[in-house]
Design a protein around this ligand. Structure first.
Ligand SMILES: [Zn+2]
Length: 133
């Protein structure tokens, strides 16, 4: 089986269709059997080829990074703008230690590092839980 990206010449829609072979596609096209699933036009042609990434096992680097970060933050509590205060309080023993993440300005982050508070920037920006739809 072979999959082609096809384009409807009437409506401009693009779609995928499977054929037994390239010759099979040519034959079906000639017989008007290949139709646009949107407007049923048989005026279709192969869409301009674009490099195609493997669908399986080939997650985008960014997606992998996002997965990694999600895993890392699974047991972490979102503290938002209170990150610097929270991290400092945990470091000084005022409150119980736990993994937290949140927002900090560059100045806050630098000051935390200067004070020996273990913080690390996250690879990706985090959407605060209360802003997820
Ligand atoms: Zn169409």
């Amino acid at each position: 089986m072979i999959v082609f990206d096809l384009q409807c010449r009437d409506g401009g829609e693009t779609f995928e269709a499977w054929f037994r072979s390239s010759a099979d596609f040519d034959q079906q096209l000639k017989q008007g059997l290949v139709q646009c699933p949107f407007c049923q036009s048989d005026n279709v042609a192969k869409a301009p080829m674009a490099p195609r990434l493997p669908r399986k096992g080939g997650a985008e680097p960014l997606a992998r990074l996002a997965e990694f970060q999600a895993e890392m933050l699974k047991d972490s509590r979102w503290v938002g703008d209170k990150f610097a205060d929270t991290a400092r309080a945990m470091h000084s023993g005022e409150i119980e230690r736990e993994t937290v993440h949140g927002n900090a300005t560059i100045e806050q982050a630098k000051s935390l590092v200067d004070d020996g508070v273990p913080v690390a920037p996250l690879p990706l920006p985090v959407v605060p839980p209360n802003q997820v739809n």
